[in-house]
Design a protein around this ligand. Sequence first.
Ligand code: NAD
Length: 350
Amino acid sequence: MLRKTTLITGGAGFIGSHTALTLINAGQQVLVLDNLSNSCRESITRLEQLTHTRVEFIEGDVRNQKLLDDIFSHFDIDAVVHFASLKSVEQSVRNPLDYYANNVAGTLNLCRSMARAKVFNLVFSSSATVYGDPARTPILEDLGTGKPTNPYGRTKLMIEELLTDLATSDPRWSIALLRYFNPIGAHESGMIGEDPTGKPSNLLPCLTQVAIGRIPELTVYGSDYPTVDGTCVRDYIHVVDLADGHLKALQALRDSSGVNVWNLGTGVGYSVLQMIRNFEAVTGITIPFQFAPRRAGDIAQCWADASKAGRELGWAAERDLERMIVDSWRWQSHNPLGYRSSPVPQFAHK
Ligand code: NAD
């Protein structure tokens, strides 16, 4: 009997490729749809090398309704994990229309095609940004959403509301809103990892690119936040733990209906300066950095209470910060130019 397929939009990207790997390793059939606006085809080739299977890949855009309808009519899809999105807070402040068009309109299209094809299981990549500037930490799901401080966060909140309305309108929908904290790390093989197109805006890729010599020094935005040392505090989570959360959420979706919200984080916050010191201690590389004014859209601090995912999904983050840094650095040092590194290094993978 043919296996049902999980469609992964944005599956060539950082979290999508790790989730594809986790699902394939769990025996699931996947189909990746990605327009490669922030990723490259090589990530799919690496997935194939890691899994020794052919990974079905379509280069295309979730804003293309006809393409989506064709995909749902040609493949036996029973669930979608929706990663496809623009994700830079900084760029979203400068180009809000791109963010609303890509993220919100793209999701709207996807849901239309899913409804037409009678596919009602959806896992959505949401973000801690929907909490806005939280009144208290750790953040629990029942704190309720706040006022996101930037257009990127507002697209995530709009999509959450859109999906909640959809589930209210039709009980066949089963939707997971996964609110990620700050994903870092890479698969232990060093074969797949975070490879943003252009200048990275998240801390870890900036750190590893400084360490490898692609960026001369790290810019630390803001030294006067009301935090332990004046720099922003975030809850960093290993991308492989995050991917495992998607597998568990998909399993839960198939036995439930309506909307479920789960935080995926570790519950521990680290400041930017603590991250620099930890990175230096783990890698032995000194990171030159300078302070710059606060960046528009950044909040002072946030970390998760992810106990709901523990109780309801049987999920918990297992990998600590040292492991996250070791794996991020292995990826970057084996692939100095990301997926464009040439020749492709030989990996010893157990
Ligand atoms: P990523 O940029 O590596 O992956 C997103 C992928 O989506 C890319 O491969 C990109 O090419 C693709 N894409 C973008 N627009 C598309 C479109 N219109 N059609 C088809 N493909 C499209 O980012 P990521 O870090 O893997 O993030 C994945 C998801 O998780 C995103 O929705 C992001 O908003 C969310 N998220 C990320 C973080 C983080 O810090 N990385 C935190 C919270 C939430």
